[in-house]
Design a protein around this ligand. Structure first.
Ligand SMILES: Nc1nc2c(c(=O)[nH]1)N[C@H]1C(S)=C(S)[C@@H](COP(=O)(O)O)O[C@H]1N2
Ligand SMILES: [Mo]
Length: 454
């Protein structure tokens, strides 16, 4: 990194609209999208926040020098009063100043009864781990909070010995902890039709990455004496009201599929499948069946409703492609990203996430001129298989229009393609498996918006 740029001038960024507006306003934006009037309101409320010396005070001090700034010179109330006792917070929650960083429902997707999606606020996350309270949610029939004492997991079908496990049984088995992403197959789906939803939360927020703890599925199959030669498939069934059932190949089951109860060091949250879920690394989220209650070994794909009717890709020739499950190599810049605003020229740290369902990320290139020139970004460690990798690269904004893009390459050599290239093969009528390069346009006034370029 060129620290001269940093010393010269540090640019200021409006992090996201959600961080500067009331919860009611944000809910309205979630419900109705960002119109021109609302955009103006956002800008004004942000300027008001800056004028009031809100959370940008420290960066302003950096830019101006500290002389005369009461925020550093005067004693603050929290320096001269007693703090809160530990008992006030037996279970920690974020600072009240972070209250706007929330999972949100999409401005564009209709909510059908309890069937719902909430998107993770990628623009406000650091590193690679999604905090448990911000993991995106996708429920086909709402979420349930199951009494672990009443939860069972059955293994049946082509096995020597059918087995039924209690949670206690499962948690006594040898466990492993692994960091993996879960991405809904429909993530970035609106962009096929060039809807250009406003923020990265809504374009890419059906993506999260956690450390999952559980028992490898291969161990359970071994215990049941599964016929892993003839039994080429496994049916996974959820315990919620959606009747969620998915076919998993035996090859994957014996490789890295986990039967999971732990998420980032604690039990799963109810929204994410408490007390037990499947995690099928690298595969579209729907296969990671939540509230997992049954695994059946069989010799044919099960063609369940969620495989035969949903989760298919409509190709340009009108044919439906079934059982496309791997989430291909993909990346997105999360800062600066849609809805944010660069308030002045100067240094900016471009930061984002890259991931691949086929293995590790090998490199990420970043362009600030719509793909004409590319520079290799810095990959932060750890770089793990089928997990999010964080990338960063320095950039000095000169006040001219810019188009920011990231292009990831994974260890199999798969390079993320442009919309033009992807559409040549896939057409425009898909919902699922959109891994095209995302473009964020920076206007001369610093506003960042979602655009699609070749
Ligand atoms: N039982 C059950 N499992 C389920 C679902 C569901 O509705 N019911 N939704 C699936 C879908 S479509 C996705 S993308 C992931 C989302 O996992 P999350 O809610 O923990 O993010 O769970 C999958 N597993
Ligand atoms: Mo999904």
């Amino acid at each position: 990194m060129n620290t001269n740029d940093l010393r010269l001038k540090l640019g200021r960024l409006k992090r996201a609209p959600e961080n500067f507006v009331s919860a009611e306003f944000a809910t309205e934006v979630s419900a109705n999208g960002i119109t021109e009037a609302r955009r103006g309101f956002l800008r004004n409320s942000f300027l008001a926040a800056v004028a009031a010396g809100a959370s940008t005070a420290s960066t302003l001090a950096f830019a101006q020098g500290s002389a005369g700034d009461p925020t550093i010179l005067d004693k603050q109330v929290w320096q001269t009063t007693l703090g809160q006792p530990v008992a006030a917070r037996p279970y920690g929650v974020p600072s009240k100043y972070e209250a706007n960083l929330q999972r949100r429902e999409s401005p564009g997707l209709t909510r059908v009864s309890a069937a719902s999606v909430s998107f993770a606020p990628l623009q406000g996350l650091f590193g690679i781990i999604t905090p448990n309270g911000l993991h995106f949610e996708r429920h086909h029939q709402g979420w349930v909070d199951i009494d672990p004492a009443k939860h069972r997991l059955m293994i049946n079908g082509m096995v020597k010995q059918e087995l039924v496990f209690t949670m206690e049984d499962l948690m006594r088995l040898p466990s492993v902890s692994r960091i993996h992403f879960i991405e809904c197959g429909a993530n970035t789906g609106m962009e096929w039709g060039n809807v250009a939803v406003p923020t990265v939360q809504y374009t890419h927020g059906m993506l999260s990455c956690c450390e999952f703890t559980g028992v490898p599925l291969s161990i359970l199959l071994d215990m049941a004496g599964a016929d892993t030669k003839k039994g080429k498939y496994i049916l996974a069934e959820g315990g919620d009201g959606s009747g969620m059932t998915r076919t998993i190949s035996m090859e994957m089951a014996l490789d890295d599929v986990l039967v999971v109860w732990g998420m980032n060091g604690e039990m799963l949250r109810p929204e994410n499948g408490y007390p037990l879920r499947l995690v099928v690394p690298g595969v579209q989220g729907v296969s990671s069946v939540k509230w997992l209650r049954r695994l059946e070994v069989g010799d044919m794909p099960y063609a369940t409703k969620d495989e035969a009717v949903h989760y298919m890709d409509l190709m340009p020739d009108g044919i439906h492609r079934q059982y496309t499950s791997i989430q291909e190599c993909k990346s997105v810049i999360t800062t600066p990203s849609g809805g944010q605003q660069l308030l002045e020229t100067g240094f900016y740290n471009i930061s984002g996430m890259a991931w691949s369902g086929r293995g590790k990320i090998k490199r990420v290139d970043v362009s600030v001129d719509g793909g004409r020139n590319w520079r290799e970004a810095r990959l932060e460690s750890p770089v793990l298989t089928k997990a999010i990798t964080r990338f960063n690269i320095d950039w000095v904004w000169d006040g001219k229009p810019a188009i920011l893009q990231s292009r990831a390459t994974d260890e199999t050599g798969h390079i993320q393609s442009s919309y033009r290239m992807l559409r040549e093969v896939r057409g425009t009528r898909s919902i699922y498996h959109n891994n095209a390069i995302q473009s964020w346009k920076v206007d001369t006034n610093g506003e960042v918006s979602n655009v699609q370029v070749g």
